[in-house]
Design a protein around this ligand. Structure first.
Ligand SMILES: Cc1cc2nc3c(=O)[nH]c(=O)nc-3n(C[C@H](O)[C@H](O)[C@H](O)COP(=O)(O)OP(=O)(O)OC[C@H]3O[C@@H](n4cnc5c(N)ncnc54)[C@H](O)[C@@H]3O)c2cc1C
Length: 499
């Protein structure tokens, strides 16, 4: 058997967020050791949405060495302390999934067990009284906070203009030696013996050869699906929304430091405030609404006149069965799509490239590395999927078949276990390296009305005075830094001011 060919020339197909994140991370890590070329059709354009992130975006930017202040200015970013979910439990429910911690864990027991005990005894107040993120978000305040042993952890992500972010990463990559080609790929040539992609055929008739091809061609999935015919696992029986409408409106007033996600009979509507405008979208199920009805609901829900054409998008929720096949790695929308309820797509691009860097096939593509990459990728996608499904499942709405179906549908076993464990014991299971940790699951369960039957006995060991002292202490430590925080708008203006 012949030795696998070493990989030196990498071709990234697609210049959306996924393509440019991939190119930027590879060139940052490997520099001149690789010859990286990105092929994109500027005429075809990109999906044009994807403006909200999770806190790991800071790790990505730090890894690339981007300066936060310059980044914020360049991509018109605002700070995101969490997502406010309106109408997701009962129709009149409202809660926030914030990125910070809730209270402070004791060395051997998570905080929420103490809260659950206090509530069982008729006290404790509201869970979000113990969240600095929440209190700041609701007061429209923001300033980064250094970790402090007495404060609940504070954390944030960004809202930004995705097109400007892709441009920033494009400049970054080109400065470091990535080559780019604006051309339409018309065909893909496979090696008849190995089935590997040998080259791309452009509409000019020219070809682009490579050792490894990264498919960032978006929903078109030109390499992984059209050329290699790798299948797709649909998750629409758990996540029935399959359409979206997006448009921008002017920003009315100061930008809120959080995303809004408002449940509707046939789906949900988002509001993402940027420095200069509001990003809006409606995600809906075509089984509940046709396009006209969805458009009517969407435009009624806008807080101003749209300044852009309505962008109608169709999608299939699910994951590529083998995100890496032969010498093609699918990253971004070509590799799968989880609807944007928890703003996880850019994060999943970031972790996919981290994994690729970890098992980069310098000595040639190996089935061992492909297998491990695919195993980890599918595991990660399953974890994020479960978190999103739980939002739909734990609703008590009665206004449409969509919500009634979601409340009664069969769940993945992994999610049945997670929900059951919490309901029966108050314990939250966080698997190794899972994106969403205890505070995220806790806020989702609490916000959508899932009440556990028990709390951990460790919480029963405190005297009533000790318990009250602990809870009062956390509330009062939050109050001080909160009062000193500037408004979100003032903080952004401070960042924008010279010096
Ligand atoms: C409704 C919706 C809302 C979303 N919201 C969020 C969010 O809030 N947060 C988040 O993290 N993610 C979000 N996402 C996901 C996010 O938009 C994508 O993950 C991200 O933009 C990456 O897209 P992409 O680069 O894979 O694809 P695209 O942006 O579609 O880019 C595909 C690229 O491939 C090129 N291409 C395709 N075919 C050819 C060809 N034949 N020849 C040459 N070039 C070609 C295109 O020109 C383009 O450059 C959302 C997605 C949807 C659908």
């Amino acid at each position: 058997m012949s030795e696998p060919a070493p990989v030196r020339k990498v071709v990234v197909l697609g210049g959306g967020t996924a393509g440019w994140i991939t190119a930027a991370m590879l060139v940052r890590e490997f520099g001149a050791a690789l010859d990286i070329q990105l092929v994109e059709s500027r005429a075809l354009g990109t999906i044009g949405v994807g403006e909200a992130t999770v806190p790991t975006i800071k790790t990505l930017n730090n890894g690339l060495g981007l300066d936060e202040k310059a980044f914020i200015g360049r991509v018109n970013a605002t700070f995101k302390l969490g997502i406010q979910f309106e109408g997701w439990g009962a129709e009149d429910s409202c809660y926030m999934h914030t990125f910070g911690a809730i209270g402070q864990d004791r060395p051997f027991c998570p905080f929420h067990h103490f809260f659950l005990r206090a509530r069982a005894e008729g006290g404790g107040g509201d869970l979000w009284d113990y969240s600095l993120n929440y209190q700041a978000a609701k007061q429209g305040r923001f300033a980064p906070m250094r970790p402090h042993p007495e404060l609940p952890r504070f954390d944030y992500a960004y809202h930004f203009d995705a097109a400007l972010y892709a441009e920033l990463l494009r400049d970054y990559s080109l400065e470091r030696g990535v080559r780019t080609l604006d051309a339409l790929v018309k065909d893909v040539a496979l090696d008849p013996e190995t089935g590997f992609v040998r080259h791309l055929v452009l509409d000019s008739g020219d070809t682009v050869e490579g050792d490894l091809f990264i498919d960032c061609s978006g929903f078109r999935a030109l390499l992984i699906e059209k050329a290699l015919e790798v299948g797709y696992t649909d998750w629409d029986h758990w996540l029935p929304c399959d359409r979206a409408i997006a448009a921008q409106t002017p920003l009315a007033g100061e930008p809120r430091p959080y995303t809004r996600s408002i449940a509707k009979a046939g789906g949900w509507q988002w509001q993402i405030p940027l420095q200069h405008r509001m990003g809006n979208g409606l995600v809906y199920s075509s089984g509940t609404w046709d396009e006209d009805e969805a458009t009517r609901v969407f435009t009624e829900g806008l807080e101003g006149e749209p300044t852009t054409k309505l962008n109608h998008i169709r999608f299939r929720v699910g994951v590529r069965q083998q995100p890496w096949c032969r010498n093609v790695v699918a990253i971004g929308l070509s590799g799968g799509f989880l609807e944007p309820l928890e703003s996880t797509s850019i994060h999943l691009v970031h972790t996919a490239v981290l994994r690729l860097i970890w098992c980069f096939p310098f000595q040639g593509v190996s089935d061992w590395e492909i297998g491990e990459f695919n195993r980890q990728t599918l595991h990660e996608w399953g974890q994020v999927r479960d978190f999103i499904i739980a939002h739909y499942h734990l609703n008590t709405r009665q206004d449409s078949e969509l919500w009634r179906h979601c409340a009664s549908m069969d769940l993945p076993d992994s999610l049945v276990h997670k929900i059951g464990l919490y309901r029966e014991t108050g314990k939250i299971l966080r698997e190794c390296e899972e994106l969403f940790g205890n505070p995220s699951w806790l806020q989702l369960f609490e916000g959508q009305g899932l009440r556990p039957r028990q709390f951990h006995p460790i919480a029963a060991a405190l005297s009533p005075e000790e318990l009250a002292g602990m809870l009062d202490g956390i509330r009062s430590t939050i109050a001080k830094p909160l009062a000193a925080m500037p408004s979100h708008g003032d903080f952004l203006r401070m960042l924008a001011s010279p010096g």
